[in-house]
Write a protein that binds this ligand. Structure first.
Ligand code: AHM
Ligand code: MG
Length: 333
């Protein structure tokens, strides 16, 4: 059988797919569809910039430097500008939480229904070394009346209220994967046509896996439960794979079966990753694909945020593997 699912989806572009699926949305006014298309457009631009990253230092000689001098900026800053622009122009969004901005960015247009949380370019340590990086996004509906001042409750929402989330992986090929709460679909970018095509319809994560992904260099800072789980992984001869780009590690494990862990450590008692624009988006995707995401004690999606850039431990991946980590945790606590 054709595992890729390509056979019956050849030629379905992201735009066509979104249009077809619009009826899925609870509020089928077309604004969420437009918002997803805005994100896809920015993704194409960031993809182009990412592909040129290695050339950026010498690109002046090719006449590429634009008026804003953006070629001189770091790629994560450029990605933030690109997504901000795309989302502010569309008019569907009233506020953005970005890893690149200390405060909430409120758009003048208060009629936007949606709040977006985004990490425009994740995997900062991999940007300059030609290794996969990603964009992660969450979409929420604002809860206060449209047109009014944006309030804390519009911003600080638990992940279980997301209306959509997704990621873009800039890897050996560029892919956009998203969910609106009715399954997960993945699209691969065809650069010569400038289009994302449906390549991974209705993605399902294997219930068990053979890959574990964690930064074992900081093993000494882990608690006893986690150390014991890692010993188990070794005794079973599981496969250690850690790119250091959350999106890339998550994406591989989603397709192949595996677990990704960024735990609390003695120096980072809440872990490293951010709840609002890293963990929540991937947790929503994971659950929609039949996988699981926990902070060690609670379902990630049920955690009520208390601050914008709040960190959280993250244990995410194949259900059996995450369940086993939690069971071992319990024994040790
Ligand atoms: P960033 O937002 O500064 O890029 O940090 C997030 C990244 C994740 O992509 C990755 O999984 C993790 O940090 C790697 O951290 P470490 O280098 O501590 O293993
Ligand atoms: Mg990040």
């Amino acid at each position: 059988p054709d595992q890729s699912g390509l056979a019956n989806s050849v030629g379905v572009t992201l735009d066509r797919f979104i249009k077809k699926k619009q009826d899925d949305f609870t509020f089928a006014s077309g604004e969420l569809s437009q918002l997803l298309r805005d994100i896809a457009l920015a993704a194409k631009i960031v993809n182009r910039e990412t592909n040129r990253a290695g050339l950026s230092r010498i690109s002046g000689s090719f006449g590429h430097t634009n008026i804003q001098g953006e070629d001189q900026q770091k790629l994560d800053v450029i990605a933030n500008i690109r997504f901000m622009r795309a989302l502010s122009k569309g008019g569907e969004v009233c506020a953005i939480i970005s890893e690149e901005d200390d405060e909430v960015v409120e758009f003048k247009n208060k009629s936007g229904k949606y709040v977006v949380a985004i990490d425009p370019l994740d995997g900062s340590s991999n940007i300059d070394v030609n290794v996969s990086i990603g964009t992660i996004f969450s979409i929420y509906r604002r809860v206060t009346p449209i047109g009014s001042q944006i309030r804390t409750e519009d911003i600080m929402q638990a992940g279980n209220t997301q209306v959509a989330s997704g990621y873009i992986i800039y890897g050996s090929s560029t892919m956009l994967v998203y969910t609106t709460g009715r399954g997960v679909n993945g699209f691969t970018y065809e650069p010569s046509l400038g289009e994302f095509f449906l390549s991974h319809p209705d993605m399902k994560a294997p219930q068990n896996g053979e890959i574990y992904s964690i930064n074992e260099g900081i093993y000494n800072q882990f608690d006893e439960g986690l150390k014991s789980y890692l010993q188990l992984c070794k005794s079973r001869k599981l496969c250690a794979r850690y790119i250091g780009s959350l999106v890339a590690d998550f994406h591989r494990n989603l397709l192949k079966g595996g677990i990704y862990i960024y735990p609390a450590t003695s120096s980072l008692p809440n872990g490293k990753l951010r709840l609002l624009y890293e963990a929540n988006a991937l947790a929503f995707i994971a659950e929609q694909a039949g996988a699981v995401a926990s902070n060690g004690t609670n379902r990630i999606l049920d955690v009520m945020p208390t601050s914008l850039h709040q960190r959280t431990p993250l244990i995410i991946g194949s259900k059996k593997m995450v369940d086993e980590v939690l069971a071992i945790n319990n024994k040790f606590s």
